[in-house]
Design a protein around this ligand. Structure first.
Ligand code: DP6
Length: 327
């Protein structure tokens, strides 16, 4: 081991075509492929250090000791890394976010991508971007899409090494924005991991998974051709399909709040009136309004003055995970 500390910076991502359900829950081999956009202005910065006196892994999030469940999840991930690289070191992990965590803004994506990059860098293990993406996936599936830059596709694969994400377009391919309408900023009650495990209990999941190649193809083409209408229709449909699976799982999961539905309807109305905007929701009630840079100003304005929206966070297409120089 060369360094004693390493810091990585990573961004969350918003899925255009969603990951929901695993074929292998332990390795997080997903039931279907997915496509996302990294979110530049939102970030997680994670510093990992190690010392011979550490008897177990330690986790602090935003300056506070993390609660037991989060610490356990991180430790489980670090254990997988230790086993893979034959190390017996324990780690102290300090993670800071500039956005609300566990509220459907993919904080686990930026958290585990930053953690994977920082730990491997600390251990002096150099891996390809593909391998790093696969490593991050072991912590949180969507984290594999925060490793490469811009718009990323996660190819489901069949085993650990062939299930990873790669960039399908750089951030400057299409200057889209995600204006996130935060209608609730408290942590969600049902985690994505729990939700993935229930996906197969919905009679709609099989149809959703079988139709995924079609949606992925449309989404890829929309990004390549900067075709906003095509993108809007496919991402809204994909989001609705995932939430239909969630709502019909056993037990059902209902992430939408009345305000979520209200904003979704408004977004469709705005688009019909000529504003380039489309909605998508992850595992939470907050609405991601995807828009072009020319419609961003008017969208932000409309969202900011809406009485049921607590906060609006805006982000352009983001870069991938990076290691920060030592301070
Ligand atoms: C709805 O990656 O958070 O955001 O692998 O259990 O950590 P775990 O799940 P996670 O699931 C993300 C689900 C989603 C859709 C998506 O990002 O593709």
């Amino acid at each position: 081991m060369v360094k004693k500390t390493s810091t990585a910076l990573s961004h969350p991502n918003i899925a255009f075509i969603k990951y929901w359900g695993n074929r292998d829950a332990v390795q997080r081999i997903p039931s279907n492929g997915s496509i996302s956009m990294n979110l530049e202005q939102l970030w997680t910065k994670t510093t990992v250090s190690t010392d011979a006196w550490l008897q177990k892994d330690q986790l602090r999030i935003n300056g506070k000791m993390a609660h037991a469940l989060a610490a356990e999840r991180v430790s489980l991930f670090l254990e997988k890394i230790r086993n893979m690289v034959h190390s017996d070191a324990f780690f102290s992990v300090e993670s800071t976010n500039n956005f609300p965590i566990s509220a459907g803004i993919a904080s686990s994506a930026s958290a585990f991508s930053a953690l994977a990059a920082a730990v491997l860098d600390l251990l002096g293990i150099s891996v390809s971007e593909q391998q790093l993406s696969a490593f991050a996936r072991l912590g949180s599936g969507s984290a594999c899409r925060s490793i490469p830059t811009g718009f990323c596709e996660w190819k489901p694969g069949h085993n650990h090494s062939d299930s990873y994400a790669y960039s399908i377009a750089s951030p400057d391919q299409w200057p889209l924005w995600d204006c996130i309408a935060v209608v609730a900023d408290n942590p969600k009650k049902i985690s994505s991991s729990h939700g993935h495990a229930l996906a197969g209990t919905s009679p709609f999941q099989q149809a959703r998974v079988e139709d995924a190649p079609r949606r992925l193809e449309i989404c890829r083409n929309a990004i390549a051709n900067q075709d906003f209408l095509q993108l809007a229709e496919i991402i809204e449909s994909d989001s609705d399909m995932m939430h239909a699976v969630m709502m019909t799982s056993n037990p059902p999961i209902k992430y939408w709040l009345p305000a979520s539905l209200e904003i979704m309807q408004l977004v469709r109305h705005w688009r019909e009136s000529g504003t380039e905007a489309a909605y998508t929701l992850d595992a939470g009630p907050n609405i991601h309004v995807i828009c072009t840079s020319s419609s961003r100003g008017v969208i932000e304005e409309k969202l900011r003055y809406h009485p049921n929206i607590k906060q609006v966070l805006s982000a352009s297409v983001g870069s991938g995970t990076s290691i920060l120089p030592l301070e």
